[in-house]
Design a protein around this ligand. Structure first.
Ligand SMILES: NC(=O)c1ccc[n+]([C@@H]2O[C@H](COP(=O)([O-])OP(=O)(O)OC[C@H]3O[C@@H](n4cnc5c(N)ncnc54)[C@H](OP(=O)(O)O)[C@@H]3O)[C@@H](O)[C@H]2O)c1
Length: 296
């Protein structure tokens, strides 16, 4: 495929995600310039047609659309600072993880450099880049999204602009990402339990998948309860989860599987019951996660 009519793109940062992003642009026929602090990581992309710029300034100057995929926002600002003049008038899209505050700081930094800025986040692994259902969030300057939306959709078909505030993508990325570690540790806990009986963990994968489907089906219900603050129609009450603790302890005794990670979760559940939410929906745990307003 030739890239004659396609937007030239520069990708800065040739880590595992940056290489996947650049690879998707090359596959889609975009003239693609790449740069990495440590040389030698772009060889496979150059073999596929990418141009490896000799300097960061040359990389930035090569394309109207500059995409960075460094480890953090701070790394990004620090790395791009020397190329600040070249950035002026271009569109900058960051695709790293980071906090909303750091996204705001980068937005202010981009404004100083005369750069239109879109903060993005890839909500998937590098091998999923370019797939039709891969989700990428963006927030910030809508003119960049409108101008380059077709190009950005090369990275994933489920491409969303969340709003003009540059920190929204980071906020949603972190809010949704909060589920990852507890869900994975839960799976690893189950895996250790099954192994303790001499069974293959792969034997539980289908059932764990259905469990996740069930949890997914409940999310709109819980979201509505949390949004309304009405937890009275409890399909699964807080007290039901309290009852589960003794079963977990019994099983842990039998299997010798560590359960310390569950203690703070049960503490949360008990505090919710103590606060009068025992017969309420388990979504009322959200009320326990809100800290009191800070006083100035
Ligand atoms: N990999 C994933 O599964 C995944 C999924 C979703 C989101 N992300 C996010 O994508 C971002 C990149 O992840 P990755 O997996 O590609 O990381 P990685 O493989 O560790 O690569 C990090 C990249 O950042 C560059 N870098 C870091 N600090 C720098 C600095 N101060 N100046 C210049 N370059 C710097 C590194 O350059 P050198 O080669 O010179 O060290 C490298 O190109 C992260 O924010 C990550 O959270 C990753």
């Amino acid at each position: 495929m030739t890239g004659d009519n396609r937007t030239p793109v520069t990708v800065i940062g040739m880590g595992s995600m940056g290489r996947a992003l650049a690879g998707a642009f090359i596959d889609a026929g975009h003239p693609t310039t790449v740069w990495n602090r440590t040389p030698g990581k772009a060889a496979a992309l150059v073999a596929k047609g990418a141009v490896e710029a000799e300097t960061l300034e040359a990389a930035v100057a090569a394309s109207p659309l500059v995409i960075t995929c460094l480890t953090t926002f701070e790394d990004t600002r620090r790395a791009l600072d020397p190329a600040g003049a070249a950035l002026s008038g271009r569109a900058l899209v960051t695709l790293n993880s980071g906090s909303p505050a750091d996204a705001r700081e980068t937005d202010a930094w981009a404004t100083v450099h005369g750069t239109r800025f879109l903060a993005g986040a890839v909500k998937n692994v590098p091998s999923a880049v370019g797939a039709r259902d891969t989700l990428l969030y963006y927030s910030g300057d809508k003119t960049v999204f409108d101008e380059y939306g077709t190009t950005l959709r090369v990275l994933g078909g489920d491409t969303v602009h969340l709003g003009d505030e540059a920190d929204l993508a980071a906020l949603y990325e972190m809010a949704v990402g909060a589920m990852l570690l507890p869900a994975l540790v839960g799976f690893f806990h189950g895996a250790a339990t099954v192994q303790a009986r001499g069974l293959e963990v792969s034997s539980m994968v289908r059932f764990a998948g259905k469990w996740l489907d069930m949890i997914k089906s409940l999310l709109p219900v819980y979201a509505a309860e949390i949004d309304s603050g009405d937890y009275s129609d409890a399909a699964s009450s807080v007290n039901l989860f309290i009852a589960g603790e003794s079963h977990d302890e019994e099983l842990a005794e039998e299997t010798n599987v560590e359960t310390a990670w569950l203690a703070p979760l049960y503490d949360l559940v008990k505090r919710a019951a103590d606060a009068g939410h025992g017969e309420h929906s388990v979504a009322a745990l959200t009320e326990m996660l809100r800290k009191p307003e800070r006083t100035a």
